[in-house]
Design a protein around this ligand. Structure first.
Ligand code: ANZ
Ligand code: ZN
Length: 842
C-alpha cells in the first residue's frame, strides 16, 4: 500500500481532533508537577508573521515535550488588544476600533490554529474587554490608595504625529517608537506609577534571574542604574543660597574648579544675570536628551560658590549637559577627571587641576580627562591616599562637618501612564471641585470605555468630547463631577496578563489559589526588543501584586528565552530600491534592466520586500514543514536565515519518514512487540537518539541538534533492509521511538503515522521514551596489539571505530609507547580490525 504524504489533509484532520478532545485544555492537576509555558502575546495588527510563528512554535515544542514528561502544563494565548493602530483605523476609515480589533483577532486566531500549537483556548483573553481592563482599573485604585499612583505636572515627550505623550522608553533616538517622527516636549498633568519605590528590590531581584540571558539581566540593571556617591552643599558667596550637588567621586573634591546647574534647575534663573542667554540655553535643553546633549553649551551665571572642603571660590555655570531629572540637577565639575567637564572647561577656559595621579606617578599636563584610579595629589590632608580609600575618608569628613551626606541615586524614573488616546483603559478617577481627585468606588468598576464614538484624530483626549462619559456624580458629595478622560499606557495591560491566564477567562475574579498553583511562568519566550520595558514593568507589577496579597512570588518569569529574528535575503536596484525576488529575476531589475545587488540578509519586513507569509508556507508544505524548518535552521536564540532550500529539506525529511513507514506498514502494524531483548546497531542508534534528543531539549532547547539526530536515525533505519522478525522488531522500535521524539516538533504527521502503525491513543498522551544506558553503549571489541608479531597489549575499544582510529589507539597505548620509545615505527598492519601489528626496527 503506497500512500502519499498530504500535509494539508492530515493537518486539518488532527487539528479538528485535538480541538474535539480538548487535548490542550489545562485543568489543575495537583498529582503532577505544574509547568507554565508562555509566549509573549501578540498585538492584533491584522496578520501573523514568521517572527510570531517562530516564537509560538518554540513554546509549543516545550509544551508538548513537558506534557509527555508528565507535567501539568499551562500554555495559554491571548491578545494585547488596546493600542494606537485600531484607533488610527477608526480615524482613517471610520471602522470602530473594537470591530477592527476583533476582526483581526478572528483572522489571526485562524492563522495560529493552522500551525497546530496546543493552546488552552478556554483561557484566551483580549485586554480590550471590560472583564480584563476592569482589573487594570482595580490595580490602579489599589496603587492610588497606597500612593503608588500619583499625579504630577511634568514635561513629557509629545509626538505631534500620534498626538500623544510617550514614555521615555518609547522615544528612540529622539523619535517616536511607532511612527518615527521627531518628538518634542510639552507640559501636562500626568498619572505616574511609582516604580522607583521598588528600584532597589528590582535591582536585587536581578541576581535571582539565573534562568535569563545574561545580557537581558544586564540591561535591566543598567536601566535601573544605581549609583552610590554623595550629596554636597556649595554655598553661594555672599548669600544664604546653597547649591546641592550629586557626585559619585567625592575623592576628586579638591579638583572641583566650577559648579554647573541644569538649565531647568530652579536656581538657574535666580542666579543668572544674562536672562536672555539662559532662555536660549533652555530652548536647546528642552529639545535634547542625555545622549545628544551638547557638552560645551552653557553660560556663566555671574556668581561664585565656595568649595566646602578647601573654601575655594569657584564660578557657577549653567550647562546643558546637566539633566534636571538625575541626581540633584547640579554638579561639581572636575575637568581633570571627567571627560564632559574637561570639554566644558576647555571651551570656557576654566582651570583644570589634576588631583588623581596614576599609580606609575606620571603627571604631565593632561590632554584629556584621566578617569582611572590612582593616588590623591593637591588634596590637603588626603594627599597620598589611594582614591578608593579617599572616597571613604572624604565621605566621613563631609558627614562630620555637616556639608553633605552619602547618597544613592537611580536612573530609573517613575512610569508615566496617562495617554491622551481613546483605545485604552479609562483611568478610574473622578474630579470633584469640592472633594478633589477621588477613585471610582470598586463596586462601580469597570469604568466602561464608550463604544459608539466618532474619532477625529486631532486635539487632546477623545474621551473629553463624550459628554455622557465625562459628567458623573461625585462619589462622596454627589455633586457634579467629571471623569479623568485619559487612558492607560498599554504596557499596563501586558504587565500582568500572565497572572490573568491562571484563571479561566470566564471567571470574573482573580482566583488566588489558581494563581498560587501556576505562577511563576516557568518558561517565557519572546523578542529581545522587550528586554527592558515590558519585562521591568511585569517585574514591578508582580511585586505590587505580591504586596496586595494576590501573587505569592516576587519574580514572574523563572526562565526567559529571547528568540532570534527571522531574516531573509534582500534584492536592491540602484535606482528602484528594494525589489521583490520576482522583480529581480536573472539578476536584473524588472523595471530598468540594470543589474541588481544581491542584498544582505535582513530581518523580514514589508519595506525590504523580503517577507514570506506563514500562509504561503503552510499552504504549500504544511505546518509541520514550517515548524521543522524554523526549529532546524538555528538554535532558538539565534537569527534564522531563511532559505527555500532549507524549507524543501525539511519537507523532504518528513516525506522520507512517511515513505519508510508506509513501505513496511503491514509489518509495522503486526510486529508490535517482539519477544526477548532487542539488540543490534539500529536498536543502539535508537537509544542513542532518545538520549541525544532529550538532552538537546533539556539543556538549552537546542531543537536543531535534536532534529539533526532524528534525521540521522531515519537514515540508519532506511539503510536497514529488514528480512527477518528480528530486523522488523528493530525497525518497529526505531520507528515508534522516532514518532514520539518527533511529535513535539511535527505533531500532525506523527499523530497520523502513529495511528497508521496501529496505535490507538494520541502521541500527545504517550509518555516520552526512555533510553537504556546499557543499550545505548557502543559495542566493544578487544583490540590485540603486537610488536613485531608478539602480543604486547590488549585494549577494549568501541566497535564503531575505523582502522585509522584503531591504529592510533594501538600506538598510543601506554605499554606500547614504553616499548617503542626511541625506536622508529616502520609499518603498522591491521588484521580483520581486531589485531594491530606494529613493526619496529630492532
Ligand atoms: C564629580 C565627578 C568627578 C564626577 C569625576 C564624575 C567624575 P553616574 O555614575 O551616571 O551616576 N552628574 C551628577 N548628576 C548629573 C546630572 N544631573 N546630569 C549630568 N551629570 C550628572 O554619574 C554620576 C556623575 O555624573 C557625578 O559624579 C556627576 O559628576 C555627574 F572625576 O561629580 B561627578
Ligand atoms: Zn465631591
Amino acid at each position: 500500500m503506497e500512500e502519499k504524504y498530504n500535509a494539508l489533509i492530515i493537518e486539518k484532520k488532527w487539528q479538528k481532533r485535538w480541538q474535539g478532545s480538548s487535548a490542550d485544555a489545562t485543568s489543575r492537576d495537583t498529582s503532577k508537577e505544574k509547568f507554565y509555558c508562555l509566549e509573549m502575546f501578540p498585538y492584533p495588527s491584522g496578520k501573523i508573521h514568521m517572527g510570531h510563528i517562530r516564537n509560538y512554535v518554540i513554546g509549543d515544542v516545550i509544551t508538548r515535550y513537558k506534557r509527555m514528561r508528565g507535567f501539568n502544563v499551562l500554555h495559554p494565548m491571548g491578545w494585547d488588544a488596546f493600542g494606537l493602530p485600531a484607533e488610527n483605523a477608526a480615524i482613517l476609515n471610520g471602522t470602530p476600533a473594537a470591530r477592527w480589533t476583533f476582526d483581526n483577532i478572528a483572522y489571526m486566531k485562524g492563522q495560529i490554529k493552522k500551525i497546530g500549537c496546543s493552546y488552552d483556548w478556554a483561557r484566551e483573553l483580549a485586554t480590550c474587554t471590560p472583564q480584563y481592563y476592569k482589573w487594570n482599573q482595580w490595580f490602579f485604585i489599589k496603587m492610588f490608595e497606597r500612593g503608588l499612583a500619583y499625579k504630577k505636572n511634568s514635561s513629557v515627550n509629545w509626538c505631534g504625529h500620534c498626538q500623544t505623550v510617550l514614555a521615555n522608553e518609547q522615544v528612540i533616538d529622539d523619535k517616536c517608537w511607532r511612527c518615527d517622527s521627531v518628538v518634542s516636549k510639552k507640559e501636562l498633568e500626568q498619572w505616574f506609577f511609582k516604580i522607583t519605590a521598588y528600584a532597589e528590590e528590582l535591582l536585587e531581584g536581578c541576581d535571582t534571574l539565573t534562568g535569563w540571558p545574561e545580557h537581558v539581566v544586564a540591561m535591566q540593571k543598567n536601566w535601573i542604574g544605581k549609583s552610590a556617591g554623595a550629596e554636597l552643599d556649595f554655598p553661594i558667596e555672599n548669600s544664604d543660597i546653597q547649591i546641592r550637588i550629586f557626585t559619585t567621586r567625592p575623592d576628586t573634591l579638591f579638583g572641583a574648579t566650577f559648579v554647573c546647574l541644569s538649565p531647568a534647575h530652579p536656581l538657574a534663573s535666580t542666579l543668572t544675570e544674562d536672562q536672555a542667554g539662559l532662555r536660549r540655553i533652555r530652548a536647546q535643553y528642552d529639545k535634547q536628551d542625555a545622549e545628544t546633549a551638547q557638552t560645551t553649551l552653557g553660560l556663566f551665571t555671574g556668581k561664585y560658590a565656595i568649595n566646602p572642603i578647601n573654601v575655594e571660590r569657584v564660578p557657577v555655570y549653567v550647562a546643558a549637559f546637566v539633566l534636571m531629572e538625575y541626581g540633584t540637577g547640579a554638579i561639581m565639575s572636575v575637568p581633570a577627571h571627567d571627560s564632559r567637564d574637561f570639554e566644558f572647561a576647555t571651551a570656557h577656559k576654566l582651570p583644570i587641576r589634576q588631583v588623581i595621579v596614576p599609580q606609575d606617578g606620571s603627571q604631565q599636563p593632561l590632554k584629556e580627562a584621566y578617569e582611572g584610579e590612582g593616588v590623591l595629589a593637591n588634596s590637603g590632608e588626603f594627599t597620598g591616599l589611594h582614591n578608593k580609600e579617599a572616597i571613604v575618608k572624604i565621605n566621613e569628613y563631609i558627614e562630620k562637618n555637616g556639608v553633605g551626606t552619602a547618597a544613592i541615586k537611580y536612573k530609573l524614573r517613575d512610569w508615566g501612564i496617562s495617554r491622551q488616546r481613546y483605545w485604552g483603559t479609562p483611568i478610574p478617577i473622578i474630579y470633584c471641585e469640592k472633594c478633589g481627585a477621588l477613585a471610582v468606588p470598586e463596586s462601580e468598576l469597570p469604568v466602561i470605555l464608550p463604544q459608539d464614538i466618532e474619532l477625529k484624530g486631532v486635539g487632546g483626549s477623545p474621551l473629553a468630547a463624550v459628554e455622557s462619559f465625562v459628567s458623573v456624580k461625585c462619589p462622596r458629595c454627589h455633586g457634579p463631577a467629571t471623569r479623568d478622560t485619559d487612558t492607560m499606557d498599554t504596557f499596563v495591560d501586558s504587565s500582568w496578563y500572565f497572572i490573568r491566564y491562571c484563571s479561566k477567562s470566564t471567571d470574573d475574579a482573580l482566583d488566588k489559589s489558581n494563581i498560587a498553583h501556576f505562577m511563576p511562568v516557568d518558561q517565557y519566550i519572546g523578542g529581545v526588543e522587550h528586554a527592558v520595558l515590558h519585562l521591568l514593568y511585569s517585574r514591578f507589577f508582580t511585586r505590587v501584586l505580591k504586596d496586595l496579597g494576590i501573587v505569592a512570588v516576587e519574580e514572574p518569569f523563572t526562565r526567559l528565552l529571547t528568540q532570534g529574528m527571522v531574516c531573509k535575503e534582500t534584492w536592491k536596484c540602484p535606482e528602484h530600491g528594494w525589489l521583490f525576488p520576482e522583480e529581480a529575476k536573472g539578476g536584473k531589475c524588472g523595471k530598468c534592466q540594470q543589474p541588481v545587488e544581491r542584498g544582505r540578509v535582513e530581518k523580514m519586513s514589508k519595506s525590504k520586500k523580503n517577507v514570506v507569509t506563514p500562509d504561503e508556507l503552510t499552504e504549500r508544505y504544511g505546518a509541520d514543514t514550517a515548524r521543522v524548518f524554523s526549529l532546524f535552521a538555528a538554535p532558538p536564540e539565534k537569527d534564522i536565515d531563511w532559505s527555500d532550500q532549507g524549507v524543501e529539506g525539511s519537507y523532504r525529511f518528513l516525506n522520507r519518514l512517511w515513505a519508510l513507514i508506509y513501505s513496511h506498514i503491514d509489518e509495522l502494524k503486526s510486529h508490535r512487540h517482539a519477544g526477548g531483548r532487542l539488540s543490534g546497531p539500529l536498536i543502539r542508534k535508537t537509544h542513542q537518539t532518545i538520549h541525544k534528543v532529550t538532552q538537546s531539549i533539556e539543556r538549552d532547547y537546542h531543537f536543531n541538534t535534536a532534529i539533526a539526530a532524528l534525521m540521522e536515525l531515519l537514515n540508519e533505519a532506511n539503510a536497514l533492509r529488514p528480512s527477518n522478525d528480528e530486523d522488523y522488531a528493530a525497525l518497529n522500535f526505531a520507528v515508534r521511538s522516532m514518532l514520539l521524539l518527533l511529535s513535539p516538533f511535527a505533531p500532525h504527521i506523527c499523530e497520523e503515522l502513529w495511528e497508521a502503525v496501529g496505535e490507538k491513543d494520541s502521541v500527545l498522551h504517550h509518555p516520552w521514551p526512555q533510553w537504556d544506558e546499557e543499550a545505548a553503549k557502543e559495542e566493544e571489541i578487544e583490540l590485540v596489539i603486537q610488536i613485531n608479531g608478539k602480543v604486547r597489549a590488549k585494549e577494549r575499544i568501541s566497535a564503531a571505530l575505523d582502522d585509522e582510529a584503531r591504529t592510533n589507539i594501538a600506538l598510543n597505548n601506554e605499554k606500547i609507547k614504553e616499548l617503542t620509545v626511541g625506536k622508529p615505527v616502520e609499518k603498522v598492519m591491521i588484521h580483520r580490525g581486531m589485531l594491530v601489528n606494529i613493526v619496529i626496527k630492532k
